[in-house]
Design a binder for this molecule. Structure first.
Ligand code: XMP
Length: 509
């Protein structure tokens, strides 16, 4: 295993991704994590120190446990990571007069194993305001650029390597080769991490942990909870009980679809709770988006709890948490401002005194999909676009009423049908309809109408942190518009949302 210590760089996840693309298992731990929390030395093959937004010479700089330098495991420092190495071993880091952002030509000293197979000149990507101004003792320079006389350094005796540039970024032409050299030539890792091996290992771990107990699962219909449930099903069979809470904010025909698909897998062990009335009544008179989200979250817990109390001797709760959620919560000094309270089942275990089972905790979204394929889950489920926990309630702007919900469901279904017909569904991160809390004047069959407006949203994204609006073909927009105004009673206008995230968010509420 390769361990990435996170000092807050925006590329930390990318480093882990790149390592896993080489079929080598990799985890991200906080930069300040104590050595005793690291994986066992016998499986730890190498450590990568990430970049950071900070400076190593600042008062509040973040440092790794000082014991890491002496454990004999190869270390690669990237950007801030290299500066940490330099400062620790007696070098010096200072603010750079000429900062380097973007593609830079770097002269390589090919005697360093990190650069085996590379040319003398390489195009690499930099993003730094500080630079090394003095070489640490017993280190040598292994690469230079016009503005970085110490663009890379190493001490082969200590097995420690540092690079100012970012090999993990695609713009670094031979960046992959550099990471491969570190992972395989220097650390001696093997390409043995595959989804198949992950399934075998996880199932074994789950069986050992759960013993003869039962596990409860809140199925949402989304990819993550489904893949997690199938994993558990493979591990413990009928001792997994699935509860699906129908809050009424699902897409058109969803509950029926879920019953059909899920019953095949879970049979009698799937319980569908019809809670539509409770959710609607709790949201009555509520306009504020945050209040809506909180009410839905609490009501979900209430309903789920009530159902769970009917089962005896359940000690575990299954959750489809995936790696980006985990990383967000461990990031170094992430003073993240709450933009939206995301609704999930996180409040459940605390209230129910259950232990958590999170078999996808170390997987990225596309790895969850790959795992799903390995588990022979149908492409229809695997390729589903993400859907928010509070569902259509955050797409019915303003008061949530049955009338508006029904209009939205039909309009949204038309959007999905047309996007699928145009073979765009799997190419787009998310595409959906929103109903606005206003009515506008229109004319239909010579008569005046005063009806709702539907907004269409389609975005592309890699991780939902940022998103670009999709330039949908005019013909697709045109078909959606005419179908919605013709087929959905109560709508006389369709608009297209052309906002990116930021400044907008993907969901309107
Ligand atoms: P925003 O609107 O914050 O959405 O740009 C980012 C991504 O998260 C989804 N989303 C949610 N997912 N529970 C979820 O599980 C939620 O409460 C929730 N709110 C938004 C949204 O659909 C998008 O993919």
């Amino acid at each position: 295993m390769i361990l990435v210590l996170d000092f807050g760089s925006q590329y930390t996840q990318l480093i882990a991704r790149r390592v896993r693309e080489e079929k080598v298992y990799c985890e991200i731990h906080p930069g300040v994590a104590p050595l005793k929390s690291f994986p066992e030395i016998k499986i730890l093959k190498g450590i990568i120190l990430s970049g950071s937004y900070g400076s190593v010479y600042s008062k509040d700089s973040v440092w790794p446990d000082s014991k890491i330098w002496g454990i004999g495991v190869p270390i690669l420092g990237i950007c801030y990571g290299m500066q940490l190495i330099a400062e620790y071993f007696g070098g010096e880091v200072t603010p750079s007069r000429c900062r380097e952002f973007g593609i830079v030509n770097v002269d390589i000293d090919c005697k360093c194993h990190l650069f085996d197979g590379l040319g003398f000149k390489e195009t690499l990507w930099m993003s730094h305001g500080d630079k090394l101004s003095k070489l640490p003792k017993d280190f040598r320079i292994t690469a230079k650029s016009e503005n970085s006389p110490y663009a890379a350094i190493d001490s082969e005796a200590r097995n420690i390597y540092g690079v100012q540039f970012h090999p993990e970024v695609k713009h670094s032409v031979n960046g992959r080769k550099i990471l491969q050299n570190f992972i395989f030539k220097i650390c001696g890792s093997k390409r043995d991490w595959t989804m198949r091996s992950y399934i075998v290992d996880e199932i074994k771990k789950i069986q050992e942990r759960i013993g003869e107990s039962k596990v409860l699962c809140a199925l949402s219909g989304g990819v993550d909870s489904y893949v997690a449930a199938i994993m558990l099903n493979r591990a413990i069979g009928k001792r997994l009980l699935c509860v699906y809470v129908d809050h009424g904010f699902q897409k058109f025909g969803e509950t029926k679809r879920i019953r059909e698909i899920f019953c095949k897998e879970f049979g009698e062990n799937l319980i569908v709770v019809d809670a539509k009335k409770i959710f609607l009544s709790k949201l009555k008179g509520i306009i504020d988006p945050e209040k809506k989200r909180k009410i839905i979250g609490h009501t979900f817990i209430e309903v789920f709890n009530k159902e769970a109390r009917k089962f005896k001797d359940i000690n575990f709760l299954l959750q489809g948490t995936i790696y980006p959620d985990v990383i967000e919560s461990i990031s170094v000094k992430g003073s993240k401002v709450a933009i939206k309270s995301h609704h999930n089942v996180a409040g459940l275990p605390r209230k129910m005194k259950m232990k958590l089972i999170e078999p996808l905790k170390f997987l990225f979204k596309d790895e969850v999909r790959a795992l799903g394929r390995e588990l022979k889950i149908s492409e229809e489920i695997i390729n589903r676009q993400p859907f928010p926990g509070p569902g259509l309630a955050v797409r019915v702007l303003g008061y949530v009423t049955e009338e508006k919900l029904n209009i939205l469901k039909v309009a949204d279904n038309i959007v999905t049908e047309e996007i699928k017909k145009a073979k765009l569904y799997e190419k787009i991160w998310q595409s959906f309809a929103v109903i606005l809390p206003i009515r506008t004047v229109g004319v239909m069959g010579d008569a005046r109408t005063y009806e709702y407006v539907i907004a269409i949203r389609a975005v592309n994204s890699e991780d939902a942190m940022t998103a670009d609006w999709v330039k949908l073909p005019y013909e697709v927009l045109s078909r959606i518009s005419s179908r919605v105004t013709n087929e959905v009673k109560g709508v006389n206008r369709v608009v297209y949302d052309i906002s990116n995230k930021p400044p907008s968010t993907i969901e309107w509420e």
